[in-house]
Design a protein around this ligand. Structure first.
Ligand SMILES: *[C@@H]1O[C@H](CO)[C@@H](O)[C@H](O)[C@H]1NC(C)=O
Ligand SMILES: *[C@@H]1O[C@H](CO)[C@@H](O)[C@H](O)[C@H]1NC(C)=O
Ligand SMILES: *[C@@H]1O[C@H](CO)[C@@H](O)[C@H](O)[C@H]1NC(C)=O
Ligand SMILES: *[C@@H]1O[C@H](CO)[C@@H](O)[C@H](O)[C@H]1NC(C)=O
Ligand SMILES: *[C@@H]1O[C@H](CO)[C@@H](O)[C@H](O)[C@H]1NC(C)=O
Ligand SMILES: *[C@@H]1O[C@H](CO)[C@@H](O)[C@H](O)[C@H]1NC(C)=O
Ligand SMILES: *[C@@H]1O[C@H](CO)[C@@H](O)[C@H](O)[C@H]1NC(C)=O
Ligand SMILES: *[C@@H]1O[C@H](CO)[C@@H](O)[C@H](O)[C@H]1NC(C)=O
Ligand SMILES: *[C@@H]1O[C@H](CO)[C@@H](O)[C@H](O)[C@H]1NC(C)=O
Ligand SMILES: *[C@@H]1O[C@H](CO)[C@@H](O)[C@H](O)[C@H]1NC(C)=O
Ligand SMILES: *[C@@H]1O[C@H](CO)[C@@H](O)[C@H](O)[C@H]1NC(C)=O
Ligand SMILES: *[C@@H]1O[C@H](CO)[C@@H](O)[C@H](O)[C@H]1NC(C)=O
Length: 737
C-alpha cells in the first residue's frame, strides 16, 4: 500500500503546485504568484473581459467600483477592460483595432472558452520568455467576433516565483476577406482610480536611459519609437508607482515589451479616474494585412509587480530575464575580459598593426581581442564610413592572407599567467549597406525604400529590408562565412541608424520577424560564438534581442560619470549581467572629462562584460601597472554580477554619492560600489545603508574591517570617507561570518 501511495502523492502534489498558479471559478480567473495576484473575469452579459485586480495578494472577487454613467459615458466606457476595442461605447484608446474589408473598424470580441495548462508555448517567429511546467503556467482566453469571423486568443503566462506575467495574443482571420491590424497592444489592462506616477527612460545617442517620472494625469501620455528599432529615444519599458514609492518600498508595476521594432507605450486616465495602460506595436508602423486563414501574432509583453519599490521590480525583471528569457549558453558564464581596437585605431588597421595590438592586449591580461570596423571591402575598401558596408570580405590590402592566418597569430598569444589562447572577435553591421558597395550596386532594391522617394542617408548608409527572405538568407550566409573563415569566438553586431523610408507601414514588423529568423539561425548554428548586440551604443538594448544574445553594449558614451547614470537607468529593467562596459582613455572622447583609472574601472566592473577600449601603448605607465590588479578584481566580482541580486542604493540624479550593491545568490557575499561625484567640504557623506542582507547574520567588511549584523548594515549603514576630489570610488566586500 505504502509503496503505491508515495508516488501518488508526488504526482498529486506536482499537479497541485502548477495548477495553483492559475484558477478559474466559472469564468473568474485568478493568476497567483508568490507576492502578486492578477484577477479578471468575463462579464456574463457582454462577454467582455473585465479587469479586477493587479497587485499584492488577493483571494476574492469583489463587486467593481460604482461608476456614474450618463448619456455620454455609459456601457464599456465605465468598465475596466483587459482587451479593449473601440466603437462600442469605450472612448479610450484600444488595444486592438482592426480595419475590415468594408473599411469598418468596429470589432466585437466576446468570450468563447478558455484553457489552463502548465508550461508556456513559444511564440512563432518572435522572442519570448520560456520555462518548464514547474516554472510557468498559462491561461488562454479565446474570444470570437461573430460578425466578422475573427478570433482572438489572449495568452497569459505567470511565473509565480518572479511575480511576472507575460501576455501576447493571436488574431486569426476566419472570414473570407482580408483584415488589417491597425493597433496591437501586447499588454493592456485598466487600473482603478489610483494616484500613480509613471517612470520611463528617455535619451539619445551617448545619453541613454535617463529616468523621468511624471504624474499620471487625465488624458493620454504616450511615448514611442518610430525609428524602426526600439531606439535610444525611449525604451519599451515603463513603470507605474505609487507617489510615495522609493527604491526599496512601495508598490511598483513594471511593463516591458519583448520586441526590437517601433513600439508605443500609453497611459490614459479617463474621466472616472481609471488608468488604462497599453504597450505594444507603434500604430504608425502597424498596418498588417491578415488574409483569410492567416494568423497575426503580437509580440510578448512582460508585467511585474513588487511591493518592495523599484528595486524589487527591477530584481524580478533581472531574474526572469536571466533565467527565462535569455537562452544563450553564455548567460551564466563569466565573460572574457576584452579589448576592442576601435578607440585606439579606428579605420587605420591591418594584419601587422593588429597583431602588435593584440600582443599589447595580451601583456595587460586581456582574454579576448576584438577587431572593430574597417577590416572589410574589396572594390570599396572600408577606409572610412562612406564605403564598403555590406561587403563582408576582408580587405586584401589590410589582410593579404585573409582572416585565418591573422586570427591564428592572435590565438597564438596566451592569456597572461595562463595557458589559454587569446580569443579573437570581430565587428559586423550586417543590416546596413553603403551605396558605395558591391552589394548595393547589385541589389539596390534590397534597401528599405518607398517608391522613388529619396533614400535618405545617415552616416552615409542605408538600411537593408530584412523583411525580405533573400536579404535574410544573404545575411545568414555572409555572417556564417565570416564565422567559418577563421577561429572567431565573439561577434559584436552593430546597427547604426534608424529607418526612414518604409514602402509600407508594416515593413517594420516584417523586418523584425526577419531579423529574429536571422539571429535565431546564427545563434543556433554557432552556439560557441559570444554575440554582443550594439546599436550606436544602447539603441537596441531590449528584451527582444536579449532572448538570443546574452549581452548588449550599453552606450557609446564611456565617460564613467555619465556611464553611472546610464547603467543605473538601464538596470531599471535589464540585468547588469547583460551590459557591456569598457574602460576607455582620458580625456574621454565624448565628454573630454578626465576621470581616474580606478573610478573608470569600478564603473565598468558593475557589468557582465568588462573590457577596455583604448590603445594600450598610449596608457601611462601607472595605468598600465594598474591593469593586472583591475582585471583580477573584475574577475572576482563577475560571478556576483552574473547571478547575484542587484540593489541601487543611491542614484546620481538624487545623490552626490551614488552607490550600488550586488548580493551573491547564496547570500554569503556582497560587493558594494560607492562613488563620490563632486568633492564637497559640506555636507558630510550620508551613511550608506545596504540592502538584501540577512538581518541576523554577521558580515565582515573591507571598509573599516568591522564585523556587524546585517541589520546594522541595512539600518545604521556604513560611513565612508572618500579622498578629497571629484570622481572618487570605493569597492567594499562583505563576507558572512
Ligand atoms: C465572479 O466575481 C463576481 C464579483 O466580481 C461575483 O459576483 C461572481 O459570483 C463570481 N463568479 C463566480 C462563478 O464565482
Ligand atoms: C514574497 O513571497 C515569498 C514567498 O511566498 C515570501 O517569503 C516573501 O516574504 C514575500 N515578500 C513580500 C515582500 O511579501
Ligand atoms: C478559425 O479558423 C481556425 C483555423 O482554420 C480553426 O482552427 C478554428 O476552429 C476556427 N474558429 C472558429 C470559431 O471558427
Ligand atoms: C489579401 O491577403 C492575401 C494574403 O496575405 C494577399 O496575398 C492579398 O494581396 C490580399 N488582398 C488584398 C486586396 O489586400
Ligand atoms: C542560468 O542559471 C539559472 C539558475 O541556475 C537557470 O535557471 C537558467 O536556465 C540558466 N540560463 C541558461 C541560459 O543556461
Ligand atoms: C599597417 O598599419 C600601420 C599603422 O597604420 C602602418 O604603419 C603599416 O605601414 C601598415 N602595414 C601595411 C603592410 O600596410
Ligand atoms: C574614404 O576612403 C576612400 C577610399 O579609400 C577615399 O577615396 C575617400 O577619399 C575617403 N573619404 C574620406 C571622406 O576620407
Ligand atoms: C562614396 O564614396 C566617395 C569617396 O569616399 C564619397 O565621396 C561619396 O560621398 C560616397 N557616396 C556616398 C553616397 O556615400
Ligand atoms: C605561433 O607561435 C609559434 C611559437 O612562437 C610559432 O612557431 C608559430 O609560427 C606561430 N604561429 C602563427 C600562426 O603565428
Ligand atoms: C602574472 O605574470 C606577471 C608577469 O607576466 C607576473 O609579474 C605576476 O606575478 C604573475 N601573477 C601571478 C598571479 O602569477
Ligand atoms: C539557417 O539558414 C540556412 C539558410 O538560410 C538553412 O540552410 C539552415 O538550415 C538554417 N539553420 C538553422 C539552424 O535554422
Ligand atoms: C583592514 O585590513 C586590511 C588588510 O588587513 C588593511 O590593509 C587595512 O588597512 C585595514 N583597514 C582599516 C581601516 O583598518
Amino acid at each position: 500500500m505504502i509503496l503505491f501511495w508515495v508516488p501518488c502523492v508526488f504526482i498529486l502534489l506536482a499537479g497541485w503546485v502548477s495548477g495553483e498558479a492559475i484558477t478559474a471559478t466559472g469564468t473568474n480567473f485568478t493568476l497567483t504568484g508568490d507576492n502578486v495576484s492578477y484577477l479578471f473575469q468575463i462579464d456574463p452579459t457582454t462577454g467582455d473581459i473585465i479587469s479586477d485586480h493587479f497587485g499584492g495578494p488577493a483571494d476574492d472577487f469583489v463587486p467593481p467600483a460604482y461608476v456614474f454613467s450618463n448619456g455620454w459615458n455609459a456601457g464599456l466606457a465605465t468598465k475596466r477592460r483587459e482587451f479593449p476595442d473601440i466603437g462600442r461605447s469605450d472612448f479610450r484608446l484600444p488595444a486592438i483595432h482592426i480595419e475590415h474589408s468594408d473599411g469598418s473598424t468596429v470589432s466585437e470580441f466576446t468570450y468563447q472558452s478558455h484553457e489552463i495548462f502548465a508550461g508556456k508555448p513559444t511564440l512563432p517567429g518572435l522572442p519570448s520568455t520560456y520555462g518548464t511546467e514547474d516554472d510557468v503556467s498559462t491561461l488562454l482566453v479565446k474570444l470570437y467576433d461573430n460578425y466578422w469571423d475573427v478570433s482572438a486568443v489572449l495568452s497569459y503566462s505567470i511565473f509565480p516565483h518572479y511575480n511576472a506575467i507575460a501576455r501576447s495574443f493571436k488574431i486569426t482571420n476566419n472570414g473570407t476577406r482580408n483584415i488589417t491590424i491597425q493597433r496591437a497592444a501586447s499588454f493592456s489592462t485598466d487600473f482603478p482610480n489610483l494616484d500613480l506616477n509613471m517612470i520611463e527612460v528617455h535619451g539619445d545617442w551617448a545619453h541613454e536611459f535617463n529616468r523621468v517620472e511624471r504624474t499620471v494625469d487625465y488624458g493620454e501620455t504616450t511615448f514611442r519609437s518610430t525609428e524602426g528599432f526600439s531606439s535610444h529615444l525611449h525604451n519599451p519599458f515603463f513603470a507605474l508607482v505609487s507617489p510615495a514609492t522609493t527604491e526599496s518600498t512601495g508598490e511598483a508595476w513594471g511593463f516591458n515589451l519583448v520586441y526590437t521594432g517601433s513600439f508605443a507605450a500609453t497611459v490614459e486616465r479617463f474621466s472616472h479616474g481609471f488608468v488604462r495602460i497599453l504597450l505594444g506595436l507603434n500604430p504608425l508602423h502597424t498596418n498588417i494585412n491578415v488574409g483569410p486563414g492567416d494568423i497575426f501574432t503580437s509580440p510578448e509583453a512582460v508585467a511585474v509587480y513588487s511591493s518592495q519599490g523599484l528595486g524589487g521590480m527591477s530584481r524580478s525583471f533581472h531574474d526572469l530575464y536571466r533565467n527565462h528569457l535569455s537562452r544563450s549558453g553564455f548567460t551564466n558564464q563569466t565573460r572574457p575580459i576584452l579589448l576592442n581596437s576601435w578607440e585606439g585605431n579606428e579605420f587605420d588597421i591591418n594584419e601587422t598593426s593588429l597583431v602588435k595590438l593584440a600582443g599589447e592586449a595580451q601583456e595587460l591580461g586581456v582574454e579576448l581581442f576584438v577587431m572593430d570596423d574597417g577590416w572589410f571591402g574589396v572594390e570599396y575598401p572600408r577606409n572610412n564610413d562612406s564605403l564598403g558596408l555590406g561587403d563582408w570580405t576582408p580587405n586584401p590590402a589590410k589582410f593579404p592572407h585573409g582572416l585565418k592566418p591573422f586570427v591564428e597569430q592572435v590565438n597564438n598569444y596566451t592569456v597572461r599567467n595562463t595557458s589559454r589562447s587569446l580569443k579573437f572577435g570581430i565587428w559586423v553591421e550586417p543590416e546596413m549597406v553603403n551605396p558605395n558597395s558591391t552589394l548595393y550596386k547589385q541589389h539596390p532594391d534590397w534597401v528599405m525604400h518607398s517608391g522613388r522617394h529619396t533614400r535618405t542617408l545617415t552616416r552615409n548608409q542605408l538600411v537593408l529590408n530584412v523583411g525580405l527572405p533573400e536579404v535574410q538568407d544573404h545575411i545568414i550566409s555572409s555572417v556564417s562565412r565570416i564565422i567559418e573563415s577563421a577561429n572567431i569566438e565573439y561577434i559584436k553586431w552593430d546597427n547604426n541608424r534608424g529607418i526612414h523610408q518604409q514602402g509600407h507601414p508594416s515593413d517594420d514588423y516584417a523586418y523584425m520577424l526577419g531579423l529574429y529568423r536571422v539571429i535565431d539561425n546564427l545563434t543556433t548554428t554557432y552556439p560557441h560564438v559570444l554575440f554582443e548586440g550594439c546599436a550606436s551604443g544602447g539603441g537596441r538594448f531590449d528584451a527582444g534581442l536579449l532572448h538570443y544574445w546574452p549581452q548588449h553594449w550599453t552606450s557609446d558614451n564611456t565617460d564613467a560619470s555619465d556611464r553611472l547614470t546610464i547603467q543605473l537607468g538601464t538596470s531599471l529593467v535589464y540585468p547588469p549581467s547583460a551590459m557591456g562596459c569598457h574602460v576607455s582613455a582620458i580625456p574621454n572622447g565624448v565628454t573630454k572629462r578626465n576621470i581616474s583609472m580606478e573610478y573608470r574601472s569600478h564603473v565598468a566592473m558593475m557589468c557582465g562584460s568588462f573590457g577596455f577600449e583604448l590603445n594600450p601603448s598610449e596608457m601611462s605607465e601607472d595605468e598600465q601597472k594598474a591593469v593586472p590588479a583591475i582585471i583580477e578584481q573584475a574577475q572576482a566580482i563577475n560571478p556576483l554580477v552574473l547571478s547575484g541580486s542587484f540593489h541601487r542604493l543611491a542614484i546620481p540624479d538624487k545623490s552626490n554619492w551614488p552607490a550600488a550593491q550586488f548580493v551573491s545568490r547564496t547570500g554569503d557575499q556582497s560587493v558594494v560600489f560607492a562613488f563620490q561625484q563632486k568633492a564637497t567640504t559640506k555636507p558630510s557623506v550620508p551613511p550608506l545603508k545596504l540592502q538584501g542582507l540577512d538581518s541576523k547574520a554577521r558580515y565582515s567588511n573591507t571598509l573599516d574591517n568591522g564585523t556587524y549584523s546585517g541589520a546594522t548594515y541595512m539600518n545604521a549603514g556604513l560611513n565612508i570617507r572618500f579622498p578629497t576630489g571629484d570622481y572618487k570610488s570605493k569597492i567594499i566586500w562583505l563576507n558572512r561570518q
